[in-house]
Design a protein around this ligand. Structure first.
Ligand code: NAP
Ligand code: ZN
Length: 349
């Protein structure tokens, strides 16, 4: 065990503060790295608020983690000290079920180990995320970070990037496809960039007037203020696929009606409350309402390489760890364009 400085909390009603955690000792197949940058995802906010249920204290969030390797176990083949490394949401899985064998570890039969707030099969405790100085996990779940010019802005690709890349690819966004993006936050703004790079026509739907013009700067072909019913009607039965990144309860029926026949609204946002679907909105037009959960390790590597090739990173506001509670307050209000990334050098030893 190594004692490591981190930022965490023991209760949803308490702010994050500096604490000390124990990282497991480096095992034969493990990589240890010093964390350079960590993105802040809305899932971190849901978890520390207790939206997904109670958590064993303390919780240390952060699952968009990039760093530089400081130690490797005796059997590690693909990393050496000094290499760049990335870790997203998945840090362990059974590695033998049909899902792991297919490379969709996110659906592992025995359940994946997430990078934080998950039982750690190796140490017997629970995992601590990237709001800390170091990370240790099996090399099978560590990504090779391409040499992005702005490494900090690449950190959000490890969750936000793969979460939108995977469904865009699965539902075949590409030339000739009209793709809708619902919600322009961390996930949504990367969905615009990635869908455009795949060759699709992109229309975004936002509740924020200030993001309408900005969506075009990010590459969207069209941007619609979702409370403008006249504008919304123009897209009725026009889109092949809509990726829904909204983090709170909202009316998905309005978006099902924008689909062509056989179109799909795919939810990646995780509103804590159930959403209602009107039967006619799916029955008429043979439409689907589906969901998607991050992506597997191989697909995450593919996404990183795709984003490197297309020069895609997140629009990032870099903060010090001491400002993390203010960042969460601003994220809750939608006051970030479009991802906070923590410079972990600010967490002094
Ligand atoms: P974010 O940066 O806060 O973006 C969410 C966006 O949703 C906001 O910017 C806002 O966009 C829109 N929105 C928020 N509240 C709304 C409301 N009440 N009605 C309508 N629109 C609203 O969050 P994020 O980090 O992108 O994450 C988005 C969601 O995805 C979260 O629930 C997160 O937990 C989830 N998530 C899921 C996965 C997965 O694997 N499925 C992975 C990562 C994250 P506008 O201002 O444009 O309206
Ligand atoms: Zn996330």
């Amino acid at each position: 065990m190594t004692q490591v400085k981190a930022y965490g909390t023991s209760s949803p009603s308490e702010p994050l503060e500096q604490i000390t955690i124990n990282r497991r000792a480096v095992q034969a197949h493990d990589v240890e790295f010093e964390i350079l940058y960590c993105g802040i995802c809305h899932s971190d906010l849901h978890q520390i608020k207790g939206d997904f249920g109670p958590f064993p204290p303390p919780i240390v969030p952060g699952h968009e983690i990039v760093g530089r390797v400081t130690a490797v176990g005796d059997h590690v083949k693909n990393f050496k000290v000094g290499d760049l490394a990335g870790v997203g949401c998945i840090v362990d899985s059974c590695d033998h079920c049909e899902y792991c064998n297919e490379g969709i570890e996110q659906f592992c039969d025995e359940g994946v180990t997430f990078s934080f707030n998950s039982p750690d099969k190796v140490s017997g405790g629970h995992t601590f995320g990237g709001f800390s100085k170091t990370y240790v996990c099996n090399e099978r779940y560590v990504l090779k970070m391409p040499t992005f010019k702005n490494l900090a802005a690449a950190a959000p690709l490890l969750c936000a990037g793969i979460t939108v890349y995977s469904p865009l690819k699965h539902w075949q966004a590409g030339p000739g496809k009209k793709v809708g993006v619902l919600g322009i936050g961390g996930l949504g703004h990367l969905a615009i960039k990635i869908a455009k790079a795949m060759g699709a026509e992109v229309t975004v739907f936002t509740t924020s007037p200030s993001k309408v013009e900005d969506a075009k700067r990010l590459g969207a072909d069209y941007a619609v203020l979702s409370n403008d019913s006249e504008e919304m009607n123009k897209y009725s039965r026009k889109l092949h696929f809509i990726i829904d990144t909204v983090s709170a309860k909202h009316d998905v029926n309005a978006y099902l009606n924008l689909l062509r026949h056989d179109g799909s609204v795919v939810l990646v946002g995780l509103p804590p409350e159930p959403l209602e679907i009107g039967a006619f909105n799916v029955v008429m037009g043979r439409r689907s309402f589906a969901g998607s959960n991050i992506g597997g390790i191989a697909e995450t590597q593919e996404m990183l390489d795709f984003c490197f090739k297309h020069n895609i990173t997140a629009e990032s506001e870099i903060i010090n760890i001491q400002d993390v509670n203010t960042a969460f307050e601003r994220l809750e209000k939608g006051d970030v364009k479009y991802r906070f990334v923590i410079d972990m050098a600010s967490l002094k030893n």
